[in-house]
Design a protein around this ligand. Structure first.
Ligand code: IPE
Ligand code: IPE
Ligand code: MG
Length: 244
């Protein structure tokens, strides 16, 4: 694998957490007059390449949007196909992820997933729990709004049971009830396939994240595009509301 531009390699200004909305599988397949399924399958290869690049660049955290709470609106065939792809990915890739010292974490409501998938997810998370390399968060049946509602309910329950006073609720306690609890916020959010929207991804966490949208469709996503996104990110002046 070729090394990134010398100026980037080991640069401590590199993002510590990159989040990606992996979009455009369907369009990639349509352009080739193939069924959407083919695009999703090709998307798995793009995910593999992305993980490799993150490891090579020593980016500590990668969060990928794999299935949204709204994606259940798709035809049952497509939903089943996506779930089966995920299952295959977990079973085929676990040993490899573990060998690469990757720690897997799932963001999202797992209750709605099949027992088989929940079991595989639990095995994969347990197996990789003490790994110290890349933290790979897979957002699965994830919705930013439902995550915020979940946190609110848990906090309300604790207030009701007397663990907290209302005055104790602040941004830190709120974060502790999100799926992403303990994970630093993304520095860079990349969306592929050109749409200028968030689609219910990480609503709380991206308050100050830098956004990069590329027209490249997810199955074509590669190291070059990641490097372009990072080069662009490094030119940004992150002010977090302050003056310079
Ligand atoms: C992203 O590709 C994959 C998922 C949302 C699961 P799409 O399936 O949304 O592809 P387009 O947007 O229709 O091209
Ligand atoms: C966002 O893509 C969800 C994932 C990538 C998993 P969508 O294709 O579902 O988003 P919309 O429908 O274009 O907003
Ligand atoms: Mg899409």
């Amino acid at each position: 694998m070729s090394k990134p531009a010398k100026s980037l390699y080991g640069d401590n200004r590199l993002p510590k957490h990159i989040a990606i909305i992996m979009d455009g599988n369907g369009r990639w397949a349509s352009k080739r007059l193939m069924p959407r399924q083919v695009g999703h399958k090709a998307g798995i290869e793009a995910l593999r390449r992305t993980i490799e690049t993150m490891i090579d660049l020593k980016i500590p955290v990668l969060t990928v949007y794999a299935f949204s709470t709204e994606n259940w609106k798709r035809p049952a065939d497509e939903v089943n196909h996506l779930m089966n792809l995920l299952l295959d990915y977990l079973t085929n890739e676990l040993a490899n992820l573990h060998e690469k010292n990757i720690k897997l974490r799932i963001l999202g409501d797992q209750q709605a997933l099949s027992a088989r998938i929940r079991e595989e997810l639990a095995i994969a998370c347990r197996t990789t729990a003490s790994n110290t390399g890349l933290l790979l968060n897979i957002a699965l049946n994830y919705g930013g709004r439902s995550e915020i509602v979940k946190a609110t309910r848990e906090i309300a329950q604790k207030v009701k049971e007397g663990y907290f006073d209302i005055e104790d609720i602040n941004e830190t306690t709120f974060e502790e009830h999100l799926y992403s609890q303990g994970v630093p916020e993304p520095d860079l959010l990349i969306r592929t396939a050109g749409e200028l929207r968030i689609s219910n991804f990480l609503l709380w966490q991206i308050a100050y994240t830098e956004i990069y949208v590329t027209d490249v469709l997810w199955p074509d996503f590669d190291r070059e595009v990641i490097l372009e996104a990072i080069e662009d990110y490094l030119k940004r002046d992150r002010k977090f509301g302050a003056t310079k």
